[in-house]
Write a protein that binds this ligand. Structure first.
Ligand SMILES: Cc1cc2nc3c(=O)[nH]c(=O)nc-3n(C[C@H](O)[C@H](O)[C@H](O)COP(=O)(O)OP(=O)(O)OC[C@H]3O[C@@H](n4cnc5c(N)ncnc54)[C@H](O)[C@@H]3O)c2cc1C
Length: 466
């Protein structure tokens, strides 16, 4: 027998549970379906476990650096990977059970466990159950891409999910992909004690960043002994006894990298392939992302797509914001939209990169008249005092409107300090608002007004001032 609801939500990632609460709170009868782990990627195999492990890696790093701070550490220190993992598992477990019990205890909300699949535009099956609703919300997230590289099926490999079960130290971790996920794992495992090699097909790491940012990131990682192989082509794999060989054609360096373990970090794909979207008539693009409008409505009236599966964002905060947008439109008569959102994210290497708005390259490409301010972290007293003066910050301002176009803070506290810039961008206020604000000393943020007081015309690629 088909059960009727006011709303069905497929997936309990970063959008589904909040939306369930809003809809159920408004009196709707809601069904929410989860096929695997409550809380989705961020909680189980993404943000939470990685940042928990980044914290363990930071502790290991600081123990090694103790003498730099006058702290004498006479005993040999070591990293116990079983303890690192159990700390991570405990923190992840708390979050996951928190999401599950929140949903199970929610008035007007019924939880279904199993694979949700469209049978038609108004019907979803979960195991032997059939559910129907006039409003269906897809929040199915994504998973790691396993690239069709020669030999990939012949070697064991890890992804961001399976590496969560690792409770030992890989002797030599070869990471395919120098994007955000690959870089976080690279530094983390290097700090735990593994040899680490990153193999990246692009000409620079974190390829969406400006070249100066990416060069500085590379410097930080190489200083810690991470091997970086760029411009890699013809990547393939084979085995030699216990060793995994990654074959690679680079401008320089050996044509073979021999490691004990391989981590694939070459991107993610949406979980839309086994969802019955054809039966529902929901349009996807050629990469499988559900096509949505600015208010996250799919091509079928009554079906919305939120989070990573719509290709409009790839972060927890964008997925959560998707839920806010849908709830505002449906319940609050507030026409919020995706295009109100300013790009913002962090890369959690140490020191972290906080980013907001356009990159310098994007501003240059747009051809607009702009001003730029830069400051090395060696000129940020707080960073020097903490013994963490790697990196730099920069900010770009529209020369006519004086609005901030974008910023990058690669440095200690950069993931937090970027928010003072982001909030002024949301306010669409002129940069002088921050420039005249009195920030607390000593902080990283206090140098943002100083940097804004020293803006220069942004030279174009040929070096001429704009
Ligand atoms: C290693 C790593 C680190 C990351 N770090 C960060 C970070 O620091 N900050 C940040 O903002 N973002 C980070 N992200 C990205 C972040 O995890 C995702 O952007 C976020 O989880 C997307 O949320 P979502 O709700 O779209 O989907 P998900 O969190 O992926 O949730 C989707 C849920 O739907 C379920 N599901 C899928 N198909 C079905 C189905 N047919 N039926 C029922 N249930 C289904 C899945 O089991 C899953 O629980 C990281 C990602 C990775 C991989």
């Amino acid at each position: 027998m088909t059960k009727t609801y006011d709303a069905i939500i497929i997936g309990t990632g970063q959008a589904g549970p909040f939306l369930a609460q809003r809809l159920a709170g408004a009196g709707m009868k809601v069904a929410i379906i989860e096929r695997k782990l409550f809380g989705g990627t961020c909680v189980n195999t993404g943000c939470t476990p990685t940042k928990t492990m980044v914290a363990s890696a930071y502790a290991a790093h600081m123990v090694r650096r103790a003498a730099d701070f006058g702290v004498v550490d006479n005993g040999p220190s070591s990293v116990d990977m079983k303890l690192v993992k159990s700390r991570k598992d405990a923190i992840v477990g708390q979050s996951r059970t928190g999401v599950e019990s929140w949903l199970r205890g929610m008035t007007n909300c019924t939880v279904y466990q199993g694979n949700g699949r469209f049978e038609s535009s108004k019907e979803v099956s979960v195991g032997s159950e059939r559910l129907t609703a006039n409003r269906i919300f897809i929040n199915v997230g994504g998973r790691a891409v396993v690239p069709k590289m020669p030999g990939i099926e012949e070697v064991p490999y890890l992804t961001n999910s399976s590496i969560m079960d690792v409770d030992f130290l890989p002797r030599h971790l070869v990471i395919i992909g120098g994007g955000y996920i690959g870089l976080e794992f690279a530094q983390m495992y290097r700090r735990f004690g593994s040899e680490v090699t990153i193999i990246e097909t692009a000409s620079h790491l974190a390829q969406h960043e400006d070249e100066d940012v990416s060069t500085a990131i590379r410097g930080i990682l190489e200083q810690e002994g991470i091997n970086v192989r760029l411009n890699a082509t013809c990547i393939g794999f084979s085995r030699r006894g216990e060793e995994i060989l990654a074959h690679v054609d680079c401008v320089s360096g050996d044509p073979e990298v021999s490691g004990s373990h391989v981590l694939l970090a070459v991107g993610r794909r949406p979980n839309t392939d086994d969802l019955g979207l054809t039966e529902a008539g929901v349009a996807v693009d050629k990469r499988g992302y559900i096509v949505v409008d600015d208010q996250l409505r799919s091509s079928v009236p009554g079906i919305w797509a939120l989070g990573d599966c719509n290709g409009k964002g790839a972060f927890t905060h964008t997925a959560f914001n998707d839920a806010e947008i849908v709830a505002a439109n449906l319940l609050d008569n507030d026409p919020r939209k995706v295009s109100d959102r300013i790009t913002a994210y962090a890369l959690y290497i140490d020191p972290p990169l906080g980013r907001a708005g356009l990159t310098e390259a994007e501003v240059r490409k747009s051809g607009r008249h702009a001003l730029i301010g830069r400051r090395p972290m060696t000129k940020v007293r707080r960073a020097v005092e903490k013994g963490e003066a790697q990196g730099f910050m920069k900010i770009i301002v529209d020369a006519q409107t004086h609005q901030i176009l974008g910023a990058a803070i690669l440095g200690t506290g950069g993931d937090e300090a970027i928010h003072s810039i982001l909030d002024v961008m949301y306010a669409r206020a002129p940069y002088t608002l921050i420039q005249r604000a009195v920030h607390i000393h000593p902080t990283v943020s206090e140098l943002i007004p100083t940097m804004l007081g020293q803006l220069q015309p942004l030279a174009d690629t040929a070096g001429a001032p704009r």
